[in-house]
Design a binder for this molecule. Sequence first.
Ligand SMILES: [Zn+2]
Length: 144
Amino acid sequence: MKSLIHNLDRKKVLLILEWCKNQFGRSRYVRKYPKLRVYRSTGNSSFEYKDGGLFGTYNLGTIIIYLGSHDSMKELCKTVIHEYRHYLMSVREYRSLYKDMAASGSDPEVISHIHPHEKECREFEEKWGGLCFSQLRKKLYKKD
Ligand SMILES: [Zn+2]
């Protein structure tokens, strides 16, 4: 049972997003900072390996976070960092690479593993997740 979400709300996710803005700055591809949408539910995913639910998405300048899919604060930090990294990259390039991989026979689940942007985002969240969590830890666990 994932009980973490009871201590979580949009404000906590905003803390992490602010951390990302300070740390990583603005995208070269989108004029504004990303908008944030937060759901308490789990995200639906057709991929079996994400049976705990989709963590988040980035599309068209908006980061979406599904709190219900998370069972730790650190994991939540990593998701926001992951989606923020997508924001920093070109969506046009993402789609074009995706199309090429689909055309050469890869299915969406495989593409989600091998897409260069996804690999970059996974490495990025691994690289920064621990620092983000340790710096925000007190604020994230604070009850208000
Ligand atoms: Zn991703």
